[in-house]
Design a protein around this ligand. Structure first.
Ligand code: TYM
Length: 347
């Protein structure tokens, strides 16, 4: 059976981009078709200036929203990254396979490091090595597929490269994963700035729809979305990015096609109204379930505890195999290996 792994980082409140680009597919498709693991990747939230209490709060909220979006712990494994030591254990080995140049070429590193420097802050070393930890997340589980939005594709490519390199140098250890993305809305753009991705860590809210925004807030944000000059409703990502973004959001919410949908509209106002309502309706059951789950924190904690246990059991054999393959001495001698080495073989 195909193994799937993916995750969200608790650096901010989850957005419509996270939902359409990734989470919705996890619930609707991946957990039914594959042996799937979904993770709140909290170690990744420490790569930028952070408030410990906020990271804890957002991790709990992220996990609750994963369940609210339809992930069923009977069908898939839901857990928190820091509860499973194997991620950090493997990350170090992969740092010994990755190169400094490779890390510095990562687009997200370049953008985030520049932003951090503009703010006068310092860039944490972990921001540079973050994609290696992400590769460890994926490779530890032998994932075949990694369902992500467009912005994470370069990181999954790196995970592929590291898997291939490790296997070639030290013997076959890792499955080589591939990224998968949704048909539409693989990159939801900021409603106020359609040239930028709708990102949860951005601190300006009016262009970002959060999953827990009240319906009226969603309506207001969508109705105020920046559209392009012109009157005709066309679908052109390059020339009319604001309009294209709305058409893609509407298409993703209603299961339609942006090119076909555009024909149904003669004004931007109508398109915005329908898009706002479609988003509100899509989020309604998620928000309702989130509210119910918040009233039962013990249930969520139980799911995460069991999820971590299951995840640990899946990751450990692969990570142990990687430790042996790269040349580290096993903590507990394996009789067959010890005997062969005593006889002078393979030294
Ligand atoms: P993160 O937390 O930024 O985003 C979680 C998922 O949401 C997708 N996404 C979007 N999709 C479409 N439009 C957007 N505007 C948008 N914003 C976010 C992301 O592509 C992602 O799929 N590094 C990852 C987390 C991670 C991970 C992993 C993912 C860590 N380890 C292993 C997969 C496998 C991240 O920062 O995602």
């Amino acid at each position: 059976m195909t193994r799937v792994f993916s995750g969200v980082k608790p650096t901010g409140h989850l957005t419509l981009g996270n939902y359409l680009g990734a989470m919705r597919r996890w619930a609707e498709v991946d957990q039914h078709a594959a042996d799937a693991l979904f993770c709140v990747v909290d170690l990744h939230a420490l790569t930028v200036d952070h408030d410990p209490a906020r990271v804890r709060r957002l991790s709990r909220q992220g996990a609750t929203l994963l369940l609210a979006s339809g992930l069923d712990p009977e069908r898939c494994t839901v857990f928190v990254q820091s509860h499973v030591d194997e991620h950090a254990r493997l990350s170090y080995l992969l740092e010994c396979v990755a190169t400094d140049g490779e890390m510095r070429r990562m687009i997200q590193y370049k953008e985030k490091a520049a932003r951090e420097q503009r703010r006068g802050g310092s860039v944490r070393l972990s921001l540079l090595t973050y994609p290696v930890l992400m590769a460890a997340d994926i490779l530890a589980y032998g994932a075949d597929e990694v369902p992500v939005g467009d912005d994470q594709r370069q990181h999954v490519e790196l995970a592929r490269d590291l898997a291939v390199r490790f296997n070639q140098r030290y013997g076959h250890t890792f499955v080589v994963p591939r990224a998968t993305k949704p048909g539409v809305a693989a990159r939801v753009m900021n409603l106020q700035d359609p040239a930028s991705k709708m990102g949860k860590s951005d601190d300006v809210g009016p262009g970002i729809v959060y999953l827990l925004d009240e319906p009226d807030v969603v309506r207001r944000k969508v109705m105020r979305a920046v559209t392009d000059s012109g009157r005709e409703v066309v679908y052109d990502r390059e020339a009319r990015p604001g309009l294209a973004n709305l058409l893609e959001i509407l298409a993703a919410c209603t299961g339609g096609d942006p090119e076909l949908l555009r024909g149904a509209y003669t004004s931007y106002g109508e398109l915005k109204r329908d898009t706002a309502e479609a988003v509100v309706e899509m989020l309604r059951p998620v928000q309702q379930r989130h509210k119910e789950l918040c009233a039962d924190p013990a249930y969520v904690e139980g799911v995460l505890r069991e999820g971590a246990e299951r995840a640990r059991g899946m990751a450990r054999p692969t990570v142990d195999a990687a430790y042996r393959a790269i040349g580290l001495l096993p903590a507990v001698a394996e009789p067959a290996v010890a005997e062969r080495e005593a006889a002078g073989a393979g030294v």
